[in-house]
Design a protein. Structure first.
Length: 257
């Protein structure tokens, strides 16, 4: 193959290749007060995820022998390049906030055996400290780690059975999109705003889809492009799963020392 005919590797504005995640870090136990917590960074996007455990369930679930997991999402006023008023001050929660809160809750419940959790409730709070695209996907990925820690805290307090397995899989999420005709993984804000197709994908550690949110911002996309985006997303969530597992395994190792 001649030099002129060799395939070129697209380099993005931040130096990544098209199929490369931003630098992902997860700091467990960031909050001293929450039963589970994780500060997650997808590049410059930073989200604090906390998991609060309550022994008991909402009244409508009493006596069913099952637990409940729910979530709330919000952004700090200066998480973006301009200040936004707090929704509490406005007196109403915006539609986007409701949508993302429900998405996070659905994503986590997809990998929780509610009977294994017992009649207990875990409330997840995801607060965006700094936004640079992918806040909902970072929130889901970090929330899983906070959830896992809260469950182990409850096991230590004997609210959850020693042999119970409330978590039946892992879950993570990533964005993908088509920019200038090229599928790309984990879009930063400057990429997200100019994407021809934008998609958020939530998947389990086994590679099963929990949710796919995809929109053509310009020209419609075809089946081939959809398959390429889904393949790219699953490769990304598989990498995120490994990061989650390493973080949680390090916690187990530290506890055993």
């Amino acid at each position: 193959m001649t030099e002129a005919s060799e395939p070129t590797t697209l380099i993005r504005a931040d130096g990544r290749t098209a199929d490369q995640l931003r630098e992902v870090t997860i700091e467990r136990g960031w909050s001293e007060h929450a039963e589970g917590s994780a500060l997650i960074s997808f590049g410059k996007t930073k989200v604090l995820c906390t998991a609060s455990f309550t022994n008991g369930v909402p009244r409508w679930m009493n006596g069913k022998g099952k637990g409940w997991v729910t979530a709330e999402y919000s952004m700090l006023p200066r998480a973006t390049n301009t200040r936004n008023d707090r929704e509490a001050v406005k007196g109403r929660i915006g539609g986007r906030t409701h949508e993302i809160s429900r998405l996070i809750g659905r994503s986590l419940r997809a990998v929780v055996d509610m009977k294994g959790l017992g009649e207990n409730t875990i409330q997840i709070d995801c607060d965006v400290l700094q936004a640079d695209g992918g806040t909902r996907t970072a929130a889901i990925t970090g929330a899983y780690v906070a959830l896992a820690d809260a469950i182990e805290w409850a096991r230590g307090k004997k609210f959850v059975g020693q042999r119970a397995q409330p978590l039946i899989d892992t879950v993570s999420a990533v964005s993908v999109g088509i920019i200038d005709g090229t599928p790309m993984l984990d879009l930063a804000y400057v990429e997200d705003v100019r994407a021809e197709t934008d998609m958020n994908v939530v998947a389990t550690g086994r590679g099963l889809f929990v949710e796919v949110q995809g929109t053509a911002e310009g020209a419609p996309f075809d089946r081939r492009e959809l398959d390429a985006l889904l393949d790219l997303a699953l490769a990304g969530t598989a990498e995120l799963t490994l990061i989650q597992q390493r973080v949680l395994a390090a916690a187990v190792a530290a506890a055993g020392e």
